[in-house]
Design a protein around this ligand. Structure first.
Ligand code: NOJ
Ligand code: CA
Length: 681
């Protein structure tokens, strides 16, 4: 009684907005601290501090529903339940082999005080927090059976400190294919995640979500000051999310790191995903692939039938021969199937996923490739018509499986908001690429593919939220401005874009950027790049499937570049960011999974610089041969000569180094460098 009285006095003294702490969760190393509180109005808030300094000020939790009042006020919190885990798990493929998942957990049940009237069961939602030393995640769990119709989330992110933000707009026509804005935090309008922040005090924060399964994607919207809220990707229905309980939301997650390197190296989003659900995935194999692709973007060949059709037997054989000669496992063929002759961008329903053009013989080419140790990589452009694609899915994958095609690139090129899905009643609807039905669609494709041991690489996809851990055949995706913009984009990708990607889009997972245009030639426009930088992108921008997209004759003219691309691995034992800053430059070091060699890739923005790369990641006491390829002198991205190594565009050099050394890599403006480090036995 006295205790309660005291509590009441304390609350009264603290004023109307006072909050009572419900639970405090410390990360394992006591670096981060999450606090869940309930204020006088029964509103739940979450907050995060790092080493005693506020990172996220108290921020609201809750939901708007279509069929009932919002769940936000009049909440009573149950007793927090704590748990602790520290386990290391192995990635079947990845940027590193072993991942440590070391976190503390706090689970709190929020129950509404009978606002729905007598006899109505009080609504309740559990909030589960996981605190790691480099970030926090939380999700909502709906414990009860029955339909849940979510109109929107009321989750807030009330950032405590001034910061600079790197972000792209959400809800705009070009999906995720924007150049990154660099603005004060308060100038973010409505952004796709990951959104990356650097506070004025130098803390690095990435806001994203993990395990986006059967739910609408989260957009981050400015409210006022430094306060933001989650907005769910829209639906044609009033409910943005329709589910049957019990179920859980995706994780709302923040990497909170003292340095740019710690931000880039965090495994938070993977750790918040479920373990592999596919069982034996030894058939999922990282690979490099050539293909019938860049020539269409240059407009010298066409997807459509006719004189310039790219997917002809003769042209595909040419690419197969190139791949076989150079040890590339895959050959992508786009434009092989009926449907490209009309307005394919707007008419996904015209595509057949089983019938080829008469000048393309799937079986004959698959056999021709197989004899040379190469496999075709399939292509399914849907133009965003997911409904039509789902109708054809089983037959489409069966056909590829029967021909030994074990990887398929999918595509959803409709403008944002123009994807097409079928509702439960059979009606067709336009929707967003990251709406709940599209999240479900992508997993349907991935699981149908897995049944036939096929890997999936989605273009114009839904954003990556770490689901490769659960579905390891979802090997890569696009979901940002890739190389294609250098063929025809207005504007092209400026040099800073690739650097920005590392600190934003790449935090979410692998990207099929398609590096390696060593000719530096787009369609009537030059790349804002150097040849050495094209090589560096294979190391800097991680993907277990990497394209070798330039024309075979352009690689033939660039033997040094081709030699590096042949050698560079696509599967890694370890990855480190060894130099760099957001918005400036970045150097990644990665250790080959199949040998003791390390590779370093460095790129810069439009500024020339010499980057010091400390080699402390090498084994101590061992000597290594460093094979360096870097920009020649006297040119930059504005004047980059096209004749590659012949004109001194790239220069190579070999020297001996140890872990005690620091290497200085010269990067021209818009340039790059690569180093292969091989132990000398
Ligand atoms: C867009 C994809 O990103 C690109 O790689 C592909 O060539 C075209 N769609 C056609 O499918
Ligand atoms: Ca694209």
């Amino acid at each position: 009684m006295i205790g309660r009285l005291l509590m009441a006095v304390v609350l009264w003294l603290a004023g109307p907005a006072a909050a009572a702490t419900v639970g405090v969760l410390d990360s394992p190393g006591r670096v981060l601290q999450v606090t869940l509180a309930i204020d006088n109005d029964g509103r739940a808030t979450w907050a995060v501090a790092r080493k005693g300094v506020a990172v996220v000020a108290p921020s609201r939790l809750g939901f708007l529903f279509v069929d009932g009042p919002k769940f936000e006020r009049n909440l009573v919190a149950g007793r927090p339940v704590f748990a602790r885990a520290d386990a290391t798990w192995e990635q079947p493929w990845g940027e590193r082999r072993f991942v440590r998942d070391d976190h503390a957990e706090m689970r709190v049940r929020l129950t509404e005080k009978g606002s729905l009237g007598a006899g109505v069961k009080a609504r309740r939602i559990d909030v589960v927090f996981k605190a790691f030393d480099d970030g926090v995640g939380f999700r909502y769990e709906f414990p009860d059976a029955g339909a849940v119709q979510i109109a929107d989330e009321l989750t807030e992110f009330n950032f405590a400190a001034p910061a600079t933000a790197w972000w792209i707009p959400a809800g705009e026509w070009n999906r995720y294919e924007y150049l990154y804005n660099r603005t004060p935090l308060e100038a973010i309008g409505r952004a796709h995640t990951p959104v990356t922040l650097r506070t004025d005090a130098g803390l690095h924060i990435a806001v994203h979500e993990a395990a986006l399964v059967d739910y609408a994607a989260m957009w981050l919207q400015h409210v006022d000051g430094r306060n933001f809220k989650a907005v769910l990707s829209p639906s044609w229905r009033a409910a943005k999310v329709l589910r049957q309980g019990p179920f859980a939301s995706p994780w709302r997650a923040l990497v909170i790191a003292p340095t740019a390197a710690a931000l880039v190296e965090s495994n938070l989003f993977l750790n918040l995903n479920e373990p592999n659900k596919l069982g034996d995935v030894s058939w999922v194999k990282p690979f490099k692939y050539a293909g019938v692709w860049w020539e269409m973007h240059l407009d010298t060949k066409t997807w459509a039938s006719g004189d310039r059709h790219g997917a002809t037997d003769a042209n595909v054989r040419r690419h197969i021969d190139f791949a076989a000669r150079n040890g590339f496992r895959g050959v992508l063929v786009e434009g092989w199937n009926l449907g490209w002759d009309g307005d394919w961008f707007g008419r996904g329903e015209d595509f057949s996923f089983t019938r080829s053009y008469p000048d393309f013989d799937l079986k004959g080419l698959a056999d021709y490739a197989g004899d040379k140790g190469v496999r075709l990589v399939g292509h399914h452009e849907t133009s965003g018509n997911a409904a039509h694609y789902e109708d054809a899915l089983a037959a489409a994958f069966d056909l590829y499986a029967a021909n030994g095609v074990d990887a398929v690139k999918t595509g959803y090129v409709a403008d944002a908001g123009q994807a097409k899905v079928r509702d439960a009643d059979g009606s067709l609807h336009y929707t967003w690429h990251d709406s709940q039905p599209m999240a479900a669609h992508h997993l349907k494709v991935v699981t149908e593919a897995a049944k036939r041991r096929i890997m999936v690489n989605a273009h114009e996809p839904i954003k990556d939220t770490g689901l490769r851990r659960t579905y390891p055949n979802w090997v890569s995706r696009e979901g940002a401005r890739g190389m294609e913009y250098n063929a025809w984009g207005q504007p092209r990708n400026p040099p800073g874009h690739d650097v920005d990607l590392v600190f934003t889009r790449m935090l979410a997972g692998p990207m099929d950027y398609t590096p390696g245009i060593v000719s530096l030639a787009g369609k009537g426009q030059a790349l804002q790049s150097t040849v050495a930088r094209q090589l560096a992108l294979y190391v800097v921008l991680y993907s277990p499937v990497q394209m070798v997209p330039d024309l075979p004759e352009n690689y033939a003219a660039n033997p040094v570049a081709l030699g590096f691309i042949r050698a560079v691995p696509v599967d890694w034992a370890e990855s480190r960011m060894v130099a760099g800053e957001i918005g400036a430059h970045v150097s990644m070091a990665r250790k080959d999974r199949g040998s003791d060699a390390w590779y370093v890739g460095s790129i810069t923005d439009a500024t020339a610089r010499t980057v010091a790369v400390p080699l402390g990641f090498l084994d101590a006491g061992r000597r290594y041969r460093a094979e360096i390829i870097q920009d020649g002198t006297g040119f930059d991205w504005r004047t980059a000569p096209r004749a590659a190594d012949k004109a001194g565009t790239i220069v190579s050099e070999t020297r001996e180094v140890t872990a005690a050394d620091t290497m200085d890599l010269r990067l021209n403006a818009g340039g790059g460098a690569v180093v292969r480090l091989v132990p000398i036995s």
